[in-house]
Every structure is written in C-alpha cells, then in structure tokens.
Design a protein around this ligand. Structure first.
Ligand code: 4NP
Length: 175
C-alpha cells in the first residue's frame, strides 16, 4: 500500500453531467450499502446532491433484491444516515457507465478486473481505502459473520474515506 493518496478520475462535474460512483462489495448488503448511504449523505449535506449519482452493487448474486443488513442499517441510523439500497449484482456494463468504481477489498477488485476488457475500464477501479487517511492494509474488512463492533468499524472507515474522496472531487464541481 502506497502512502501517496490516489486521485479519482477527474472531469468537470455539472448538474447535467453528474459524477457517477458505485461502491462494490461481495453481497451488497453490508459494506457497499454503507458506502452508498454515507457518500450520498455527505454530498447532500455539502449541497452537492444534484452533482453526484451514487449506487452500490455486489460481485455475487447471493442477496439480490435484499435491503441492507440490519446491523449495517442500525449503525448507519445511529449516525443519522439511512441505507436505502436493494442488492443487485455488479454488471459488465457498469464498467462503462460509472466514472469511479470503488471495491471494498482486493477480492472484489480482482473480480471486477476480470470483467474488464480495457485499461480505461480498469483505471476507474480504485479501492475505497486508497482514500483512507489511515489505510492500514487497504481492505475494508467483511463484517458479515461478526458482531456490531465490526459494523461500526466499517462505518468509520467508510465515513473518513468518503469525506476525503469528496474533498478531492469538489474542485471539479461547477455550479
Ligand atoms: P458485504 O458482506 O459483502 O459487505 O455485503 C457480506 C454479505 C454476505 C456474505 C458475505 C459478505 N455472504 O457470504 O453471504
């Protein structure tokens, strides 16, 4: 893991051409719904709700159609953030549609890479913790089989990484 922070793919961001991001984990019920909900909340609070299109997806189809895991929702609620996702599977077409594709760990990143057929698509794929000021091993740990403290840990990682990501995108926003 490099200590140098990555830059997201940059372009002018307008209401007519919002910046499109998708957070990606395995099941799309714990980590990536938290990413979607937190980033949406942060851009709304900053007054940039119309400048970003935020989504999430899973590399597996295990939980397609399901809302966020109740522990993820409870932790987010406690921080004033509603998780509104319904699980869907990440699709090859997402590699063209989104500006930035944000996997939660190396396994999910590699699964997305395996679906890519150009370097241009691969360059859009950046681990969330590339934006974490304290990236540790670069992975957002899977909280699914553990207790509430794991979900709170995911929330904290996601929140500080998303704040930093928005700081890097803000200069591109033109009202
Ligand atoms: P997520 O967590 O990838 O953060 O949504 C998981 C959800 C479900 C499973 C694994 C991880 N599962 O094995 O069903």
């Amino acid at each position: 893991m490099s200590s140098r922070m990555k830059l997201p793919p940059l372009r002018p961001i307008t209401e007519d051409n919002p910046y499109k991001l998708v957070f990606v984990c395995l099941g799309n019920i714990c980590r990536s719904p938290t990413g979607e909900g937190v980033f949406q909340h942060i851009v709304n609070e900053a007054g940039f709700g119309n400048y970003f299109e935020v989504d999430s997806a899973g590399t597996s189809a295990f939980h397609v159609g399901q809302p966020a895991n109740s522990k993820s929702s409870d932790v987010a609620d406690a921080h004033g953030v509603q998780l509104k996702s319904r699980a869907r599977q990440f699709d090859k077409e997402d590699l063209d549609y989104y500006d930035l594709i944000i996997p939660m760990d190396n396994e999910n990143r590699d699964n997305i890479y395996a679906m890519a057929d150009s370097e241009e698509q691969k360059e859009k794929v950046q681990l969330l913790r590339e934006y974490d000021p304290n990236p540790e091993d670069g992975q957002v740990p899977d909280p699914y089989y553990g207790g509430l403290e794991g979900f709170e840990n995911v929330y904290q990682i996601v929140e500080r990484s998303c704040k930093n990501l928005l700081e890097q995108l803000k200069p591109q926003v033109s009202p």
